[in-house]
Design a protein around this ligand. Structure first.
Ligand SMILES: [Zn+2]
Ligand SMILES: [Zn+2]
Ligand SMILES: [Zn+2]
Length: 365
């Protein structure tokens, strides 16, 4: 393989040999043609991340079946049934459970309904204190309204959009703790669909992990990698850094890893581009020197003129380069970038030519 060292001086006779090889017709409009075609293209920064895309949800929550007979605001059950269950919860008719929440607020409910809707809650109720036929159970640690929305969902799968948005994190925790998969799916769906912000993503990420919501956790991690600069300066990040250093370490590693993968991919793409360009340039050079193309070719060939189409993608560029090289006044080392390129291509060809004995490329071994 020939060396690509361009610092070595150019013997003047080589330039003459080169000139002698070509029959060049002057073609109009060539003077303005660009010689930049061999430049390595500027790289557009790629923001795509390598953390795998989250898998699709097993089923979409909160969407009603595609049946026009069903009213627009119904869930999976007819409105009447939904209303009946919602009323039973609201009016507490024949309630035999008293749920005690934060600030000693109470919610009335039915043992049988709660037990069927949440086996975990049913288990708690079974072991709870019974006074005058009423079972007492505490659900502490979340606002009373969140518990109320939770219990309502256990009855009818109904909820107010506003409550859901306001208490979605509490409801996620409750649905996970009390094993209510339908509510958990709904909460995760809401969190995934536009609820996340740079400010809350770290909190949601930690919650998602403690609730085994791995898809949501993956979405949060992708967001952290994508918006690292902003997220790493939020209050949530600072608190996490203090309370959960292993998570901080893990996220930092994800960011570094994604970054180096992006760099590596860019480097490989560039390499492939350069390789392809060189390959095309070599093909075109051989084609011009051996067969000739339109208005340029070897002395012993009749030129076909500019009307004939050419199938070599780099032919035009090489032709311009050859025209330049044969007419350039500054053909000295370090003098002209385009001449340097021409020289580089000739050396490269010479180093890899398969048939140097009958080769028509100038300066080939
Ligand atoms: Zn051609
Ligand atoms: Zn030049
Ligand atoms: Zn050759």
């Amino acid at each position: 393989m020939a060396s690509l060292d361009l610092g070595s001086p150019w013997p003047s006779q080589t330039v003459e040999i080169f000139d002698g090889c070509f029959n060049i017709l002057i073609e109009e409009g060539n003077s303005g043609d660009s010689l930049d075609w061999l430049e390595v293209p500027a790289t557009a920064l790629c923001n795509k991340l390598d953390i795998p895309k989250p898998p699709p949800l097993p089923c979409k929550t909160g969407e009603r079946p595609n049946n026009p007979a069903w009213p627009a605001d119904s869930c999976f059950v007819p409105k009447e049934a939904k209303d009946t269950w919602d009323r039973l919860y609201r009016e507490g008719y024949g309630a035999d459970v008293c749920i005690i929440t934060e600030n000693k607020a109470t919610i009335s409910a039915h043992y049988s309904v709660l037990s069927v809707a949440s086996p975990v809650l049913g288990n708690f109720l079974q072991q709870s204190i019974v006074k005058n036929g009423i079972r007492y159970v505490k659900i502490p640690g979340v606002p009373c309204e969140a518990v109320s929305a939770f219990v309502r969902f256990l009855y009818s799968s109904c909820y107010e959009e506003e409550d859901m948005k306001k208490f979605v994190l509490h409801l996620l925790v409750l649905s996970h703790s009390y094993l209510v998969p339908s509510l958990k799916r709904l909460c995760i769906h809401i969190l995934e669909q536009g609820w996340l912000t740079c400010e809350n993503v770290i909190d949601v990420l930690q919650l998602a992990r403690s609730c085994d919501a791995w898809r949501l956790s993956l979405i949060c991690t992708r967001m952290v990698v994508r918006e690292f600069k902003t997220i790493s300066s939020t209050e949530g990040w600072k608190v996490m850094k203090r309370t959960n250093p292993p998570l901080e370490q893990e996220l930092l590693e994800s960011v570094v890893e994604a970054d180096s993968r992006t760099q590596e991919r860019l480097r490989k793409t560039e390499e492939r581009k350069v390789y392809l360009q060189l390959h095309e340039a070599m093909e075109a050079l051989l084609h011009i020197c051996r067969d000739g193309c339109r208005t340029i070719g070897p002395r012993d060939k009749m030129l076909k003129g500019s009307q004939v189409a050419c199938g070599f993608p780099a032919c035009k560029g090489i032709e311009i380069l050859v025209r330049h090289f044969s007419g350039c006044k500054t053909r000295v080392p370090g003098g002209c970038l385009h001449c340097k390129r021409m020289w580089q291509l000739l050396e490269l060809h010479s180093g890899m030519c398969n048939e140097p004995d009958c080769c028509k490329v100038p300066l080939c071994r």
